[in-house]
Unconditional design. Structure first.
Length: 167
């Protein structure tokens, strides 16, 4: 909901969506960043729904300034909430859930295949494959799991550490 409310002090309220916040420290970082934008009088962030309500004066940097400061802090600016548009946070969650289901399914299938290859001596039908070929096949199947699907977690860890230490 694009909340534009003008009071006697010529203040306007706008609600935006912010993605990537996971904890109270993220919330505080986004609030402090929004409050540092020239012309912003007050900013309140709701972690549960990913919305930030910004009260600003008539002379301020605009939504572009909010987008810039949010992305500089390492979060996603998902746009203004408007009455006629779907919530971008919900759309982002639906997409993320779909991606996670695909990753879990692929990971489960690869795990079963890798298990069978690593326990080759348990399964008679696999004993006809030479051990060296089986090891190379398991390496080729394991690499996408580690560097593909697990990379999301590794990149998130690196990003968090860089933000924490301001690298």
């Amino acid at each position: 909901m694009l909340n534009n409310v003008t009071s006697g002090l010529d203040q306007t309220k706008i609600t935006i969506s912010v993605g990537g916040m996971t904890c109270a420290a993220c919330l505080r970082r986004v609030e402090n960043a929004l409050n540092s934008v020239p012309g912003v009088i007050d900013a309140n962030v709701n972690l549960a729904n990913g919305h930030a309500t910004v009260i600003h004066s008539a002379k301020w940097g605009g939504a572009e300034a909010l987008e810039k400061i949010i992305t500089e802090q390492g979060y996603e600016f998902l746009g203004e909430l408007k009455d006629n548009l779907a919530d971008p946070i919900e759309a982002s969650r639906v997409k993320e859930l779909k991606d996670l289901k695909l990753k879990v399914t692929c990971g489960a299938i690869l795990s079963i295949i890798i298990f069978l290859g690593s326990m080759q001596h348990w399964f008679g039908f696999l004993q006809i494959i030479p051990r060296e070929i089986m090891l190379w096949a398991m390496f080729i199947l394991t690499a996408p799991a580690v560097f593909g699907w697990a990379a999301v977690f590794l990149l998130a860890l690196i990003k968090q550490r860089c933000k924490k230490h301001r690298i």
